[in-house]
Design a binder for this molecule. Sequence first.
Ligand code: ADE
Length: 348
Amino acid sequence: MLILPDLAPILPWYEKNRRDLPWRHTKDPYRIWVSEIMLQQTRVEAVIPYYERFLNALPTVAALAAAPEAQILKLWEGLGYYSRVRNMQKAARTVMEVHNGVFPTTFEGIRALCGIGEYTAGAIASFAFDLPYPAVDGNVLRVAARLLAFEEDVLAPTSKKQLTAAVAAAQPEDHAADFNQAMIELGATVCLPNGVPKCEGCPLRAVCRAHAEGKEIALPIRRKPAPRKKERRTVWILRCGDRIALRRRPESGLLAGLFEPFCCEGHQTPSEIAATLTQWGTSPLRIAPLGEAKHIFTHLEWHMVGFEVIIPEDGMDFVPSELFFAPREEIDVQYALPSAYRAYRPFM
Ligand code: ADE
């Protein structure tokens, strides 16, 4: 069993140095849950406006449970990893149907909800109910790994288990919320990744083994991720009058259920685009290049070229049946489009 040093000095440090973040003003488990799900893959500064907009639109679990899918996807537009918000809605429906609308108040009850893992359950249990469970995210793993001069790959499941157990054992009986927030805060603002941590401002400097051994930059150790797959795509901003062709992506898989412009595999030339239109039974009025763009997902890169493709009014009848034509003014308000297409949005 790994034994962490006494972590008590982080409590007064947190009191003095904490950032004023909107989700730190509430004990409402619903609001804390929304913040933690948003923060899973997204930076604090980027989350704040989404958090406020989401809670203005859907202020309660009941509102989230009842919201149309199109609304929740639109509220999430740009945050990515859309399964997060779909799972939240499933969980909200469970709260309404199984828990009579009352958010569960035990760790096990929270952990059983769809989309809530060990970390998020610990975060909600401690922040909302002050229950003494650890909340070990990437920030806290890094802090613990450095404190212990832990030399294994921190992302390996066994390492995560060991480090989480060590943090749980070091948790004071009281102040669960502040202790967990403080550990996250230390990782986010002092014990920084990729580069130089700010050890001079760290309340745990005196007990940190990585610091004592001069290893704070080398740790934590992370295995190299598999290289991302690269895909070439041609994005058609297919226009007919003032309408743009969109399609809905499949119900499962990457960007499930979101809307997108028509795309083809590979990098097409204008004459290949014209040939496709001829095959459909129509022809272009104009094919104009819109430039290249790249989007990086966790395991995949899209290397895109874009074209504005204008077809005549009657061309609408010849396009593949997966496409529909949306008036331009509706695209902004009605359809959730992934930010992968950001470079081409001005042309839509
Ligand atoms: N990252 C994950 N949870 C957080 C929180 N509660 N405050 C700041 N950053 C976080």
